[in-house]
Design a protein around this ligand. Structure first.
Ligand SMILES: Cc1cc2nc3c(=O)[nH]c(=O)nc-3n(C[C@H](O)[C@H](O)[C@H](O)COP(=O)(O)OP(=O)(O)OC[C@H]3O[C@@H](n4cnc5c(N)ncnc54)[C@H](O)[C@@H]3O)c2cc1C
Length: 431
């Protein structure tokens, strides 16, 4: 197995752009060349603004070329929790925006002709406990009723028509979620940003931003640039150059593994409808077929914060085999990880501080949210009415005792793993 080898990069390698001089001034500087930064750049450059994008790695080397490509647009808190925290109207607006953001992504991919293997396959969510099935079924009904989304429950007895496992206590399918090739999608955004006239500087960290008067002085590793506006789209890769942000976004490792190609028969048995998959465990796993339908790509939280030990890969492999026992012994060819960003209330957000605009906190669901929030941030700079968003919030609160290194993650990971094991034991005793 090749470790820290991103499966997606074999089809869509990272692009190292030739270094360009950093100009003295621009209308807008964007920090981060993932989905957030590039979506903002496309919008602004098309509106005639001069745009300079900086990334400390190669463009896309953050999460945007490493993810599962599942177009979930998930929100961690459900409707009731959102309503409790933000009021009924705001909760309804946030949920409506999730639907709009998903649909807008599909429109964008089609209209911009982004070749990224997108397929609206539907997504199956497996109930890890019998009680979860009832809740999922009620949620599916509500999705139908409120948003007209095609969603339906699949009882355990019919589960194998959707997913070749008896691991779950049934589940639900929703047809508004699909999958894309994340690195090809990123390459498409990069192409559009460059074509619109934005300059993208890879391997050029932003080291400090000083706001003064009606602008900002942005110090980069290759020169200082003045900008009227700045958008920060660094999500799980916030670094010490912005200590304030770093105390608000918790980077969590998410890891994926890829099986070697499986026979067409076996894939047909395990994933007959080629759907994206998720589940209700607290430390949930997400998985999907590769776009060519030959492999299973399987992901989950990693639980480490330093180095690259082997156990998270083995952990994932075992979780895969729990769901599909027939894969015990199947070769794992790739294993890689990236960072997602959590914030205290687990809702993606667009916010401002000292004239800088931030879009972040997608909590592992940025394929839909990051592009959407980046574009919203750009529209806000352009003064467009459609830039308003239900994700416009105050900055996230700082996380107590946290200054950028998620030292508590291993303990959180162990605790959630234990909870899931106990819940599983309880539900298998009951059934
Ligand atoms: C393994 C994995 C699986 C995932 N699966 C899914 C999925 O199936 N569906 C889904 O919706 N989401 C998924 N996600 C989440 C999704 O990938 C992210 O939410 C999304 O890519 C965030 O995009 P972004 O542009 O905000 O951040 P990123 O793509 O992470 O880009 C941020 C960039 O900021 C740069 N940066 C940081 N600091 C500086 C600085 N000082 N100067 C210059 N540049 C800087 C970094 O180098 C980085 O490239 C997954 C993530 C991972 C890691």
């Amino acid at each position: 197995m090749r470790k820290n080898d991103v499966y997606w990069w074999s089809d869509a390698p990272l692009i190292a752009l030739p270094p360009k001089p950093v100009p003295a001034a621009a209308d807008v500087v964007i920090v981060g060349a993932g989905y957030t930064g590039l979506a903002a750049a496309i919008r602004l450059a098309r509106a005639g603004r001069s745009v300079q994008v900086f990334d400390r790695q190669r463009p896309g080397e953050g999460a945007s070329t490493r993810n599962g490509g599942i177009t979930s647009g998930n929100l961690r808190p459900g409707h009731a929790e959102l309503a409790k925290r933000f009021g009924e109207d705001r909760a309804a607006a946030i949920l409506a925006e999730a639907k709009a953001a998903r649909e807008d992504l599909y429109r964008f991919i089609a209209e911009e002709r982004i070749d990224c293997d997108f397929a609206l396959t539907g997504r199956f969510s497996g109930a890890s406990a019998p009680g979860d099935y009832d809740r999922l079924a009620r949620d599916a009904e509500a999705l139908n009723r409120t948003f007209g989304i095609e969603a339906y429950a699949v009882p355990r007895g019919e589960q194998r028509s959707v997913l070749g496992t008896d691991f779950y206590h049934g589940g639900v399918v929703r047809m508004d979620i699909g999958g894309l090739h994340p690195a090809k999608f990123h390459a498409g955004l990069l192409r559009l940003a460059l074509a619109a006239g934005a300059a993208v500087h890879g391997e050029t960290p932003v080291q400090a931003i000083r706001s003064e008067g009606d602008g900002h002085e942005v110090a980069t590793a290759r020169g200082t640039i003045r900008a009227h506006d700045v958008i920060v789209g660094v999500n799980g890769y916030a670094d010490a150059s912005d200590r304030w942000l770093r105390r608000r976004l918790v980077p969590v490792r998410s890891r994926m593994i890829a099986t070697a190609p499986l026979s067409a028969n076996l894939m047909g048995e395990l994933m007959p409808r080629r759907m994206m998959c998720s589940e209700t465990r607290r430390l949930h796993y997400y998985y999907r077929p590769s776009p060519d339908g030959e492999r299973i790509l399987f992901g989950g939280r990693d639980g480490t914060i330093a180095g690259d030990p082997d156990w998270p890969t083995e952990n994932l492999r075992r979780a895969l085999v729990d769901i599909f026992p027939v894969l015990d012994g199947a070769e794992i060819t790739h294993s890689w990880y990236g960072h997602v960003a959590m914030n205290r209330d687990m809702v993606p957000r667009i916010f401002s501080r000292r004239g800088l605009r931030y879009a972040a906190g997608y909590c592992g669901s940025g394929v839909v949210w990051a592009r959407w929030a980046g574009e919203k941030a750009a529209k806000q700079i352009l003064g467009e009415e459609s830039g308003r968003s239900a994700l416009d919030f105050r900055p996230p609160r700082a996380v107590p005792l946290f200054a950028g290194k998620a030292w508590f993650m291993p303990a959180v990971f162990a605790w959630l793993t234990l909870q899931d094991r106990l819940a599983r034991r309880k539900s298998s005793r009951a059934s």
